[in-house]
Design a protein around this ligand. Structure first.
Ligand code: ATP
Ligand code: MG
Length: 316
């Protein structure tokens, strides 16, 4: 092949590759491997935290995400204007899996007026005096809005399950605390989510799946770099010792609460650039499935707009 022909072939191949990458976030097959809507056969070990689908997009991830965010921002405007659906995004993960940074990056283009983020920490005295869904119910997104839960009622079958002393603090009558309690909580959550689904609250749940090795690396970097010291808590290392218990609790949770109307996405979290692309793509798909559009204007309203325009034009 002469030099100019091989140049044409290579640049054509690059163009095709770029086109594929531009549309990557729109492709269902990109997120399908992580989508779980029937948990019966779910096993955490089938999901590789370091998966990147063989794509090395580290360099382009920023641009891909930028395109995705622009699309997302456009869809959010329609969601807001339509004022019918609400979107609830739930993030759960082990420490240092990158929940905060995913939320920050993926939602960076959305209008803050239509998007609220809530981080759920250990419950307050007031919250402990109520049923376990109380505090999250108060912060559900209203129609037209996106609500983000950084941790959620799912902590009630995770940290509370791993640490029985946390359950004791909830002061549930003793006769109601039996070994069926976790199954009962899954049922309560499933009913709650079905109810929300029927009310027009679309739910997507993300489990950021980080490996134990990568968590250690991130903890060490939090300890080594002064600007990251604030992120480190001694409790994190103690919780890490319970890694296997947490993994079992996460697995059981996904088995029991993955449903078609409120699926889990088990997102590989060892490579942050990849995690962000998968989460962005999922949100884009979800909003895309709602066929959003700006509300059309009725003939009466059109007349009003016409009169308003004339009034403005005739102003002195
Ligand atoms: P970061 O990534 O910055 O560490 P974080 O979400 O881990 O953020 P922290 O303040 O470190 O925030 O931890 C919040 C703690 O609150 C977690 O240990 C979590 O398990 C705990 N928590 C959240 N919800 C509940 C709950 N319902 N009952 C008991 N503990 C809870
Ligand atoms: Mg923490």
């Amino acid at each position: 092949m002469d030099a100019s022909l091989s140049y044409i072939v290579v640049s054509a191949a690059r163009q095709v590759e770029r086109a594929i990458r531009r549309n990557l976030l729109k492709e269902w097959k990109f997120i399908k491997p992580y989508h779980v809507d029937d948990g019966k056969k779910f096993r955490l070990k089938d999901f590789d935290p370091a998966d990147t689908q063989g794509l090395d997009l580290r360099q382009e991830a920023g641009n891909l995400l930028k395109n995705g965010i622009a699309r997302l921002s456009d869809m959010q405007q329609k969601l807001y204007a339509q004022d019918r659906w609400a979107l609830l995004l739930i993030f759960q993960a082990m420490d240092a899996a990158g929940k905060d940074s995913v939320i920050r990056h993926v939602m960076s283009g959305v209008n803050p007026q239509g998007c609220q983020v809530y981080a759920f920490k250990a419950p307050s005295t007031e919250e402990l005096s109520h049923d376990f869904l109380w505090r999250t119910s108060k912060n559900l997104p209203q129609r037209g809005h996106i609500g983000i839960f950084n941790r959620s009622y799912y902590e009630e079958v995770l940290v509370v399950r791993v640490h029985p002393q946390v359950l004791a603090k909830e002061r549930i009558p003793a006769s109601l605390v039996t070994k069926k309690i976790w199954k009962e909580r899954f049922e309560a959550i499933n009913s709650f989510e079905s109810y929300l689904d029927r009310e027009g609250v679309v739910i997507r749940k993300f489990f950021l799946n980080v490996s134990k090795t990568e968590q250690k690396r991130r903890f060490l970097s939090r300890l080594q770099e002064p600007d990251k010291n604030w992120k480190f808590s001694e409790d994190d290392v103690r919780e890490r010792e319970r890694w296997d218990d947490y993994s079992s609790a996460y697995e059981d949770m996904i088995r029991h609460t993955a449903t078609p109307h409120a699926p889990w996405y088990v997102v590989p979290a060892d490579h942050k650039w990849f995690t962000r692309l998968v989460v962005a793509s999922t949100v884009i798909h979800t909003l895309g499935s709602l066929n959003l559009s700006f509300p059309s204007v009725s003939p009466d309203k059109k007349k009003d707009l016409d009169s308003a325009r004339k009034l403005l034009l005739n102003e002195n």
